[in-house]
Write a protein that binds this ligand. Structure first.
Ligand SMILES: Nc1nc2c(ncn2[C@@H]2O[C@H](COP(=O)(O)OP(=O)(O)O)[C@@H](O)[C@H]2O)c(=O)[nH]1
Ligand SMILES: [Mg+2]
Length: 220
C-alpha cells in the first residue's frame, strides 16, 4: 500500500512540476539541494552579491520552521519568498507553485530555490526547475556521494563547497570527483569556497551561460 501511495504522490507532484516549468519558461530556475550546513545560503549570498548588477534574481527559501535564511537573503536586496514546510523534509511542486503566486517571477532572469537541508528526500521531487544543483561540503566527508547517490543522479551540477578546509580534512578532491563521475559522468563539478570566494568565478560563468541559453530558447 505504501508504495502505491508514494507513486501517486510523485505522479501528482510531476503534474504540478510541469505547470511550474511552463510558468517559468522565460527565466532560469535552480534548485539547490544539500545536507544542512553545507553552505547553500552562503553560496546564495555570495552569488547574489556578484550577479545583482547584471541580473534580476529572486529566491524561494525552503525551511522546516524558521525564516532565518530568508532574512539573510532579504539582506541582499532581492525578492525572497519563504516556504515553511512545517516539519516536512523537502519542498514539493505545490509549495513552489504557491510561492510563485507571491513573487513577480516574470521579471526575473534567475530564480533560486533553496531546498530544505536534506540530502535524501528533495532529490525525488521535481519542482519545475531547470537544474538541480547538489552542494556537498568538504566538512561532511567524501563518502557522501557513494552513500547518497540519488541526489547526484538527479542533479546536473555539483558544487563542492568549503574547499578552504581541504588541508584540515581527509577529503580528497580527486577521489571524490572520481566517485561523483562514477555515479553520473556528465555532472559538472565546481570546487569552491563560498567563504573565501575561491572557485566561484567558474560557478558564476556557468550561471551566466545557462541564463543566456534559457533566454535564447524562450525567444525561439
Ligand atoms: N569554512 C567554510 N565555512 C563555510 C563555507 N560556506 C559556508 N560556511 C559556513 O557553514 C555554515 C553553514 O552555512 P549555510 O550557508 O547556513 O548552510 P546551509 O544550511 O546549507 O544553508 C555557516 O556557519 C557558514 O558560515 C565555506 O566555504 N567555508
Ligand atoms: Mg540555508
Amino acid at each position: 500500500m505504501k508504495v502505491v501511495m508514494a507513486q501517486k504522490i510523485l505522479r501528482a507532484n510531476q503534474q504540478v512540476a510541469r505547470e511550474n516549468r511552463e510558468r517559468l519558461a522565460s527565466l532560469t530556475t535552480i534548485n539547490l539541494i544539500s545536507s544542512p550546513g553545507a553552505g547553500k545560503t552562503t553560496l546564495l549570498e555570495k552569488t547574489i552579491a556578484a550577479l545583482k548588477n547584471d541580473f534580476q534574481m529572486g529566491v524561494i527559501e525552503g525551511d522546516i520552521y524558521t525564516t532565518r535564511d530568508a532574512e539573510r537573503i532579504a539582506g541582499q536586496g532581492v525578492e525572497v519568498v519563504q516556504v515553511n514546510t512545517s516539519g516536512l523534509c523537502h519542498l514539493d511542486a505545490n509549495m513552489v507553485s504557491r510561492a510563485l503566486n507571491e513573487i513577480d517571477y516574470e521579471q526575473l532572469d534567475l530564480l533560486f530555490i533553496e531546498n530544505v537541508g536534506n540530502l535524501v528526500c528533495p532529490a525525488e521531487f521535481d519542482l519545475g526547475e531547470d537544474y538541480k544543483v547538489a552542494v556537498l561540503s568538504v566538512a561532511e566527508g567524501g563518502d557522501k556521494p557513494a552513500k547518497y547517490p540519488l541526489v547526484f543522479q538527479e542533479a546536473q551540477v555539483v558544487v563542492i563547497n568549503k574547499c578552504d578546509l581541504l588541508a584540515l580534512s581527509d577529503f580528497d578532491l580527486d577521489t571524490v570527483t572520481a566517485e561523483i563521475k562514477k555515479i553520473k559522468p556528465e555532472l559538472k563539478i565546481f570546487p569552491v569556497s563560498a567563504k573565501t570566494g575561491e572557485g566561484l568565478e567558474a560557478w558564476y560563468a556557468w550561471l551566466r551561460q545557462v541564463i543566456r541559453e534559457k533566454k535564447e530558447s524562450a525567444m525561439r
